[in-house]
Design a protein around this ligand. Structure first.
Ligand SMILES: Nc1nc2c(ncn2[C@@H]2O[C@H](COP(=O)(O)OP(=O)(O)OP(=O)(O)O)[C@@H](O)[C@H]2O)c(=O)[nH]1
Ligand SMILES: [Mg+2]
Length: 365
């Protein structure tokens, strides 16, 4: 674990902790990590662990009861504080549907906000085959989490794992997808590439971003820049719209061979298809991991940046977000005809999966 990092990954609930553990492994342990669950068994699977609601639930989990998960976290969320020294950005990873993932994520995001630590939540939502109760659990808590956190990405498992009703595959996909989003934030904050996004600007984007959608695609070889744009336009993950696009954050992760013409092609293609009111572009250079390949992480946010007074350093991450849904946007275009397109498989590999996961590489920071 890297105690110097200003970013922490918090995995909440049983599946949330498993996803966070997988993401952390993809980083070769270079990420601050804490896992929190009401189920003591989660702690036995490894990683720094905090038991929530010990007195109330005796380490047996919330049994699918969101209220129990919330109360458990209310009792004990402060125990996370010992992990928060020097933290400037918290990424919460969870799986909605059970009691802890939803309830404890809400309380954790509120607690972080009270401490002035911005939070980005990546949360899977249940498969439809899991049934109405779990869907209801998830739906009931989503907007509350959205209000408490600075940015939220809800990732429907049905879409993450199209045509595969297998939990192992779902877990792998969830890990890969969240890992690519976490990679972008981590690198932008700690090791930016030659097109930098000022850290204050990043904090500003995150602070008022609201609900977002994101997708990550990877391609290599000649034409890789056009290919990533094509595949982003086709991405089911970006097509789930509950509101117009307000701001767009595009991160290009690549090795030393990244050409400026490729950056231009990707920026133009993405801007053309997913125009929002603001468009931010950044590159992350990592020769060891991305050599020969380009990975593009695209985040579309439906709310705007905060009002300027809320965006001042020192106040940027506290206070309530100004809701700007429905405001000015040209919205996403051009996905309709690609809606049912298959993912591109190259040499037997699904290039949607981040390289460092497919190649089982550790990111060495
Ligand atoms: N990707 C993936 N998702 C899973 C897996 N197991 C459960 N989930 C998802 O995670 C959701 C939440 O389940 P859990 O993590 O067991 O619930 P919890 O947050 O621990 O809550 P309680 O057990 O009620 O305390 C489920 O509704 C599923 O959608 C898995 O093996 N892989
Ligand atoms: Mg559980």
């Amino acid at each position: 674990m890297n105690g110097e990092s200003s970013m922490i990954l918090i995995g909440i609930g049983t599946a949330g902790a498993a996803i966070a553990r997988g993401v952390s492994r993809a980083f070769g342990g270079g990420l601050r990590l804490v896992l929190a669950d009401t189920d003591a068994a989660t702690g036995e699977a490894g990683g720094p662990f905090t038991l929530l609601g010990g007195d109330r639930l005796s380490g047996r989990g919330a049994g699918g009861d969101v209220v129990a998960g919330r109360l458990a976290a209310e009792d004990s969320v402060k125990v996370l504080d010992e992990h928060l020294d020097g933290v400037r950005l918290a990424i919460i990873v969870t799986a909605l549907g059970g009691g802890t993932g939803g309830g404890a994520t809400l309380e954790t995001a509120k607690h972080l906000s009270a401490r002035g630590v911005p939070s980005v939540v990546f949360a899977t939502t249940p498969f439809s085959f899991e049934g109405e109760d779990r869907q209801r659990n998830a739906r009931g808590i989503m907007s509350m989490i959205e209000d408490a956190a600075n940015s939220t990405f809800f990732l429907p498992l049905d879409k993450l794992v199209d045509n595969v009703d297998n939990m192992q595959e779902a877990m792998r996909r969830a890990i890969d997808t969240v890992a690519s989003g976490v990679t972008l934030f981590w690198r932008l904050v700690e090791r930016p590439g030659y097109i930098r996004l000022d850290t204050e600007r990043l904090r500003h984007i995150i602070s008022g971003a609201g609900r977002g959608r994101f997708a990550a695609v990877t391609a290599q070889g000649q034409g890789r820049a056009s290919e990533v744009v094509d595949r982003l336009i086709r991405s089911e993950m970006l097509a789930t719209s509950s509101g117009p696009v307000r701001s767009t954050l595009c991160g290009i992760l690549a090795g030393d061979d990244l050409l400026l013409s490729e950056v231009g092609k990707i920026a133009d293609g993405v801007r053309g298809a997913f125009a929002g009111l603001t468009f931010d572009l950044a590159t992350v250079n990592d020769e060891a991991t991305f050599s020969g390949r380009i990975s593009v992480v695209l985040m579309l946010f439906e709310s705007g940046a905060k009002a300027e007074d809320e965006a001042r350093p020192g106040s940027v991450m506290s206070g309530r977000r100004r809701r700007t849904k429905g405001a000015l946007s040209s919205g996403p275009t051009g996905r309709g005809r690609f809606k049912n397109a298959e993912p591109t498989i190259w040499n037997g590999e699904d290039l949607d999966i981040p390289t460092f996961i497919r190649k089982n590489l550790n990111l060495d920071f």
